[in-house]
Design a protein around this ligand. Structure first.
Ligand code: TPP
Ligand code: MG
Length: 334
């Protein structure tokens, strides 16, 4: 995983690595949309195309043993924390080689061995879980941090407030990262929220500082999370980061997102995280051909992942009750 030691010190090579990770996620999301429309993906999907910089920038600023919790819009976090596109695609296609052997599906991508402790479909549910993981790390003295990524909609849900409160009281090493993409399903968050910045403006109620950042700029996300993680490891408690971003697709499945004003969509598309990273790379002297080579590599990797996932065997029903409890079995039920 690419890391640097000081905010603002990512080298061109490191930034190019982050660009590649974002390109891989973008290609994977596009592949998922195509596979879904072709009938290969069962259930639903919530694509994170447009949100790549949040996952990749944050992940690069974390240690490999830090804990990450995400929402049902979590493909980008799973990949940023070490799940391969092939494992994710196979999971969505109910294959035996899926990252959860087909028990999770799109909304529950989880990779416990890389400390990606799950994607949660109940809005806000995982914020107290992240606080719990942070508490565990604090008690064990490991200097690990826990990060909860959640949508703007979660800020109007009780567990958001409960988690921030207790995290502040106990000075837990947890980072709350709101991916504010302006909408909760089909409702503009601004139309149902009493303050303009749904996460950051609430932080002061718990004695915390809320930081609003450009969630489409991978360097900015990296800097903000690196500093928050440092504070957490130094015993200075939780941070609230509101990363403003935008989804490229509709909320889920085949939602064409016609409720979004055209100018708004155009404005955000012009601020695509990949375009912003490309601009940064160009300013650092990286040649366009080199970035194009990285793009081709990402396209190739995902295309091979699609083929491999399609060719993989269906999940074995005998696996349905494995890996569902800490001892690796389901014996607790019997
Ligand atoms: C507790 C709860 N209430 C309602 C829902 C239904 N629901 C699913 S997605 C969603 C919108 C959430 O929006 P946001 O938190 O902004 O996340 P985004 O989809 O934009 O990433 C809602 C209300 C749910 N899953 N859980
Ligand atoms: Mg939202």
């Amino acid at each position: 995983m690419t890391t640097a030691t000081e905010p603002g010190t990512l080298s061109a090579a490191q930034l190019l690595d982050l660009y590649e990770e974002m390109a891989v996620i973008r290609r994977t999301e596009k592949a998922i949309q195509d596979l879904f429309l072709a009938g290969f993906v069962k259930g639903t999907t919530h694509l994170a195309a447009g949100h790549e910089a949040v996952a990749v920038g944050a992940s690069a600023a974390l240690r490999d043993d830090d804990y990450v919790f995400a929402t049902y819009r979590g493909h980008h976090h799973a990949i940023a924390r070490g799940a391969t596109p092939e494992e994710c695609l196979a999971e969505l296609m109910s294959r035996a080689t899926g990252v959860c052997k087909a028990k999770g599906g799109s909304m529950h991508l989880t990779k416990a061995e890389s400390h990606m402790l799950g994607s949660y479909a109940i809005i806000g549910a995982h914020l107290p879980m992240a606080a719990g993981a942070a508490w565990s790390a604090m008690l064990r003295g490991t200097e690990q941090v826990a990060v909860a990524f959640f949508g703007d909609g979660a800020t109007n849900i009780g567990p958001f407030h409960e988690a921030l409160n207790l995290a502040a009281v106990w000075k837990l090493p947890v980072i709350f990262v709101c991916e504010n993409n302006l909408y909760m399903e089909y409702t503009p968050i601004a139309s149902v929220t009493a303050v303009p910045n749904p996460a950051a403006d609430r932080a002061s109620a718990y004695g915390l500082t809320g930081e609003i950042i450009d969630g489409n700029d991978v360097q900015v996300v990296y800097d903000a999370v690196l500093q928050a993680a440092r504070r957490a490891r130094a015993g200075e408690g939780p941070s609230v980061i509101e990363a403003r971003t935008y989804r490229h697709y509709g909320h889920s499945r085949t939602d064409p997102a016609k409720y979004r004003p055209e100018e708004e969509v155009a404005e955000w598309m012009a601020r695509d995280p990949l375009t912003l990273a490309r601009d940064r790379l160009t300013a650092l002297g990286v040649a366009g051909e080199e970035i194009d080579r990285v793009d081709s590599r990402a396209r190739q990797l995902v295309s091979e992942a699609v083929d491999a996932a399609k060719a993989a065997p269906e999940a074995d029903p005998a696996e349905a009750l494995t890996d569902v409890w800490a001892d690796g079995s389901a014996t607790w039920r019997t």
